[in-house]
Design a protein around this ligand. Structure first.
Ligand SMILES: NC(=O)c1ccc[n+]([C@@H]2O[C@H](COP(=O)([O-])OP(=O)(O)OC[C@H]3O[C@@H](n4cnc5c(N)ncnc54)[C@H](O)[C@@H]3O)[C@@H](O)[C@H]2O)c1
Length: 350
């Protein structure tokens, strides 16, 4: 029955994590009607949810998934949408997400990540949405040479992407503190998995090796990140969405590996000699050496821990990119991708 559905709004659902999360919710919660608000920037791709779109069309006239093309910065659009639909929960993924791109062009990051988050949380407040989940990142803690970042660590972002995300995170905190906004913040570490845009390290390396192209590596490649399978992140978000106390902040983190270790795992799975594929470029200006968010809090409070391991899962991830060549080849063939890739691979930062 349509009237028994709970309306959930996902922003940025045509991107990597958002599309995985929509698929997760769609399969697990048959009583959820999912609205996906996405502006379809270069990173947004409706093909990421082609299976769900088809399923929704087929389901006896009662669609449980609806795509809405729109901009999270458009307060008028948000006002009309919120007046029309009674959302139970908003999960806000929409963002400009690529550090390299933020070095070339910071204004899109300020606009979407800060202004967009503001427009959305202000509309949520006005229309009294009961639960707002803000997707933040471990990058806001800045580089952590030793030890770990707990949720109360100082925010010391060092590049325009992480700075815009830190502003958004603080803005949401200010709404919690000042307006008692029913919000929760989740700070994820580097995700990997299916449908990741092929300019990011793992899909870039897999697809370049398949195409017999070199893999550009920033600096010496010894930067360390905590790699989190996107399905583990979706499980964590599911727990937060349904059980976390309002006003909380959680880190969600995976296995620590350097970029070179990640590339070695990929090369081994694909049966190639990494030395034949790697090419080192200048490092990003202001590159962060290590992120190390600690996820003890979500483990203790909600019982979350990752189920996947990067060594065990990489063969599946590689197989997915092998079996979905059409998906990534279309993206890589676009002029927009090629123009950016040229700058990124030559490390032409200025
Ligand atoms: N990918 C990671 O490893 C990672 C780790 C931690 C946190 N995060 C955060 O998770 C979220 C999703 O990351 P992702 O990797 O899936 O990103 P992505 O770049 O793959 O997707 C972003 C999506 O947002 C949409 N979008 C951009 N600007 C918009 C706007 N103004 N209005 C509406 N939609 C807009 C794009 O079209 C795209 O579909 C981001 O907030 C990111 O900061 C990502």
């Amino acid at each position: 029955m349509a009237e028994n559905y709970k309306n959930i709004l996902i922003t940025g659902g045509c991107g990597f994590i958002g599309s995985n999360f929509i698929r997760h919710l769609y399969k697990r919660y048959p009583n959820y009607k999912i609205f996906n608000l996405d502006a379809l920037t270069y990173a947004g791709n409706t093909e990421n949810l082609a299976d769900i779109e088809k399923d929704g069309m087929a389901s006896k006239g009662e669609r449980r998934y609806q795509f809405l093309k729109g901009d999270v910065c458009d307060a008028l659009f948000l006002g009309n949408l919120f007046a029309e639909q009674k959302f139970e929960t908003i999960v806000h993924f929409a963002a400009e997400t690529h550090v390299d791109r933020s070095i070339f062009n910071v204004s899109d990051f300020v606009r979407t990540n800060i202004d967009g988050t503001h427009a959305l949380i202000a509309a949520s407040r006005k229309y009294k949405i009961p639960r707002f989940i803000h997707i933040s990142t471990d990058e806001i803690y800045g580089s952590v040479p030793e030890g770990v970042s707990k949720e109360n660590a100082a925010l010391k972002p060092s590049n325009p992407y992480s700075t815009s995300k830190a502003c958004a995170d603080l803005l949401v905190q200010s709404y919690i503190n000042t307006h008692n906004a029913p919000a929760i913040i989740v700070r994820g570490s580097n995700n990997f998995g299916t449908y990741q845009y092929p300019e990011k390290l793992i899909p870039l390396a897999i697809t370049n090796i398949i195409e017999n192209e070199k893999i550009p590596i920033h600096g010496n490649g010894e930067h360390k990140r905590r790699w989190l399978h996107v399905e583990d992140f979706c499980e964590a978000l599911d727990m937060v969405m349904h059980r976390a106390p309002l006003g909380s902040i959680y880190n969600v983190s995976g296995e620590e590996k350097s970029n070179m270790e990640i590339l070695s795992i990929i090369a081994k799975v694909l049966g190639v000699d990494l030395d034949a594929y790697k090419t080192h470029t200048n490092d990003r200006p202001g590159a962060d050496y290590r992120y190390a968010p600690d996820s003890t809090k979500i483990n203790k409070e909600l019982g979350w821990s990752p189920r996947h391991s990067i060594n065990e899962d990489m063969p599946h991830i590689v197989s997915w990119y092998r079996n979905n060549e059409d998906w990534w080849r279309k993206i890589k063939a676009k002029k927009e991708y090629r123009d950016h890739y040229l700058k990124q691979s030559l490390a032409q930062w200025y």
